[in-house]
Design a binder for this molecule. Structure first.
Ligand SMILES: Cc1ncc(COP(=O)(O)O)c(C=O)c1O
Length: 356
């Protein structure tokens, strides 16, 4: 029986068409800049994002740390949200590898950081203070429910940063989800930023890789930083080909994942004890829901379930989810999950709340 894996959109396998594109890819040594497939992918992504140049890297985490290393020097300060992926889930790379001082500001539930808070966090030029160098934003915002940062917000945040001489880096691991859901082109969401990274290995369905984009001089320097962190790859066209295939075939279909996420969330809301965390439903492909640990919401006589127990019960029913603590679960829709499988997952969820 097929396992319905809703832990993340990173779990997709390459499709048949993608595998054959990989097998046929012309390759060269990318550290010499001679891999035609990597060069093509970098050019395609830069064009889609309205940037001058792109750099293919192994992962989203590598793209973010290469961006931080390129924008900042040791002891500089970077402003970012307290729920951002860079802060929560990247092994402290910005502090550990770049020596950057993180200045955390509260992420609002919609993934934004209050504009006044950004302005207030920027340091005066004073020997006591670290230098404020970089503002990092995230779109869609993973831990804020896959919410989309809109164009007006991005423009205003970038204007504040630039007025004070800070660069802006956008963690756009799921930027294409944002663009498809908002019905705009991706370059609309990158207008004011100095660098942006997009993951090919999430909703776009490639097995590996991200592309960091920015100005030509920024990317020339980022290329050096990629080498420093050991990210110079050789015949990388074999994996870049999967990225090209994903850009050609898998952008528009993200709408299906968003539709499936809404279907999943509205089903979840009908199950006693479970409440979708996004009051208006998921904006993109991430579904977060709370599990009420008290017995009050489950049928009389049922033992209370928490997120961990519920996830274990789901696993026994061939459905995988990510518990993020005792009362929160994340499920993510993607290329390898059909609408019919969403209904199967909902059936499993309903029985797991009540069953053992
Ligand atoms: C918003 C965001 N940024 C960055 C990353 C890091 O990507 P990777 O897992 O490829 O290092 C992720 C991964 O889930 C993410 O959700």
């Amino acid at each position: 029986m097929k396992v319905i894996d809703l832990r993340s959109d990173t779990v997709t396998g390459p499709t048949k068409g993608m595998r054959s594109a990989m097998a046929l890819a012309p390759v060269g040594d990318d550290v010499y800049g001679e891999d035609p497939t990597v060069n093509r992918l970098q050019g395609m992504m830069a064009e889609l994002l309205g940037m001058e140049a792109g750099l293919f890297v192994a992962s989203g985490t590598m793209a973010n740390i290469v961006a931080v290393l390129t924008h900042t020097g040791r002891g500089d300060e970077m402003i970012l949200g307290d729920r951002s992926h860079i802060f929560l889930y990247e092994g402290g790379a910005a502090a550990g590898l770049a020596g950057v001082h993180p200045h955390l500001l509260k992420n609002e539930p919609d993934g934004t950081i209050a504009l006044a808070a950004i302005e207030g966090a920027i340091r005066a030029d004073n020997v006591h203070f670290p230098r404020s160098r970089l503002l990092c934003l995230e779109n869609t915002h993973n831990r804020c429910g896959g919410e989309i940062l809109g164009l007006d917000y991005l423009t205003a945040a970038c204007a504040i940063a630039h007025r004070h001489g800070l660069a802006v880096h956008l963690d756009g691991a799921r930027l294409f989800n944002a663009a498809v859901a908002a019905g705009i082109v991706p370059s609309d969401l990158t207008q004011g930023v100095d660098s942006v990274m997009v993951c090919l290995s999430k909703g776009l369905g490639a097995p590996v890789g991200s592309v960091l984009c920015g100005s030509r001089p920024f990317i020339d320097e980022a290329r050096r930083m990629r080498k420093v962190v050991g990210g110079g790859m050789r015949q990388a066209g074999i994996i870049a080909a999967a990225g090209i295939y994903a850009l050609e075939q898998h952008i528009d279909r993200l709408a299906e994942d968003h539709e499936n996420a809404r279907r999943l969330a509205s089903g979840i809301d009908t199950i006693p004890g479970l409440t979708c965390s996004q009051p208006d439903g998921p904006a993109t492909n991430l579904v977060y829901f709370s599990v009420d640990c008290s017995a009050a919401n489950v049928a009389a006589g049922d033992p209370p379930v928490d997120a961990i127990i519920l996830s274990e019960r789901l696993r026994a029913r061939n459905v995988l989810a990510s518990p993020l603590g005792p009362d929160l679960i994340r499920m993510v829709t993607h290329l390898d999950v059909t609408q019919a499988e969403i209904d199967v997952a909902l059936f499993a969820l309903r029985s797991a709340v009540h069953g053992t």
